[in-house]
Write a protein that binds this ligand. Sequence first.
Ligand SMILES: Cc1cc2nc3c(=O)[nH]c(=O)nc-3n(C[C@H](O)[C@H](O)[C@H](O)COP(=O)(O)OP(=O)(O)OC[C@H]3O[C@@H](n4cnc5c(N)ncnc54)[C@H](O)[C@@H]3O)c2cc1C
Ligand code: SF4
Length: 501
Amino acid sequence: MPLSPKLSADQLEANLADIAPRYTEQQASVESSRCLFCFDAPCITACPTGIDIPAFIKKIMTGNVTGAARTILSANILGASCARVCPTEVLCEGACVLLDRDSDPIKIGRLQRYATDHVYENEIQVLRAATKKSGKRVAVIGGGPAGLGCAAEVAQLGHDVVIFERKPNAGGLNTYGIAYYKMKPEISLEEVELVKSLGVEFRCGVEVGRDVTRADLDGFDAIFIGIGLGDGQRLRIPGEELPEVVEALDFIEQIHTEPLHRVPVGARVAVLGCGNTAIDAATQARRLGAAEVVVIYRRGERDMSAYAFEYDLAKQDGASFLFHHAPVEVLGHDGHVTGLRLVQTRFNASGALEQIGGSEFTEPFDMVIKAVGQQKQSDWLAQLFPELEMNRNGTMKRDFDTGQTSLRKVYAGGDCANGGREVVNAVGEGKKAARGIHRFFGETEAIGPIQPSRWGVAPGPYGSGFDAPIRVPDLEAKYEQLSPASHPAPATSALTSMNQE
Ligand SMILES: Cc1cc2nc3c(=O)[nH]c(=O)nc-3n(C[C@H](O)[C@H](O)[C@H](O)COP(=O)(O)OP(=O)(O)OC[C@H]3O[C@@H](n4cnc5c(N)ncnc54)[C@H](O)[C@@H]3O)c2cc1C
Ligand code: SF4
């Protein structure tokens, strides 16, 4: 049967409403006053853009909400979307010292949203376009978080920037791919307007490699590549071409571009894969009205890459999970999906995953969502920049501090360079590349986003998260390798090496 929408517009509005709505003034006041305003605040170090979190929380507490937004947006131009989409549990909130007191961490994301919503809603401009121009021109390929992070910083440093974006709107996955209950596309488009207000020129609907050639790009003084990842991986099993087998990204994009009550969904949906994209697809399918959603993963529960809190959310939403199973065929009748033929899997003695002979069975489904990873854009890079040196995993070789690739005037950041991480990593890497470009132009080094009160703080685990970001699970894994008795403070070198991906 062809797929159809399942719920009314009102029901969908309620089901896909913001999962973490804006705080009231009273809630923001109470939450901000719980903060200890740590001097060597670990929450800053855990933020890949190095937002001075205690500084902005104190501003909220004292009623200076505009000032709080200025602190946030001057460190992270996408502060409004990061407030909604960041996995704060494994970043700033995961590092909050209140956790050591067996207390809830400060809800940094919610407070960040409170401050940034205030300036957007009241149309308060907290950042200024540069008045002195260098005359240098930078081409940014891709208008996603990495491209926006780079362009905003380059523009504020006084250089001209053009963003080439192949989609009708900029924002990248922030506009088209984030789970709808976390962030509406309008927020991302408002951020694009903020970047525009800094003097950045956008050329949307323009694909580099098709509408813009390498020769056109060579006319710029520097180039930033922020093209993200490519199409989803194929399953390579019979029946994959049936119309109800859809890419998770296409399914989620439909939710962002069509009225909700026109988005078709199955009654019994299989989601293949178990990363954060699979979880987002499963949760949204349930909220769109699918009666049953089963997430199918060929490995075990402990092996999935989805965050624990995302997994919990999907389970709360009624999705079920089938571990150690893999699809071998999509079954169809009259040209439509009717089910999956599945096989059980296990790890053999040498640790390799294998299918268990004779364990095949069929399950009825009317929709299959593929979420088994995205391809790297290696072909595009090889065609446009054949001289680029590449890593074996399909990413570009680059300097992690500046984003500079093996080509002197070509810089890179975001998913296409790190292999696929979070929005905040993409913004941070775009910004680092902007500073690298600034230095490449022979300008003096740009000053980092450290508040004057923090000058003199030792670099490394303390100080600016922009220069030495940590991720809480990485840190915990590192601690686990140490003897429980010792647990010394992590050395800078250990943290730095963790950041080298
Ligand atoms: C389904 C899904 C859900 C996610 N949810 C979260 C989340 O909740 N929280 C979180 O922090 N992260 C999340 N992420 C990850 C996050 O979205 C990415 O890490 C981030 O968007 C990377 O930014 P980017 O700019 O590198 O790439 P993208 O966001 O992919 O942007 C790249 C841009 O480049 C453009 N482009 C590509 N090729 C060309 C070309 N040749 N010419 C011109 N333009 C081009 C694309 O159209 C796109 O706009 C999610 C990812 C997915 C797939
Ligand atoms: S670690 Fe927690 S308590 Fe300390 S400054 Fe950051 S948010 Fe406040």
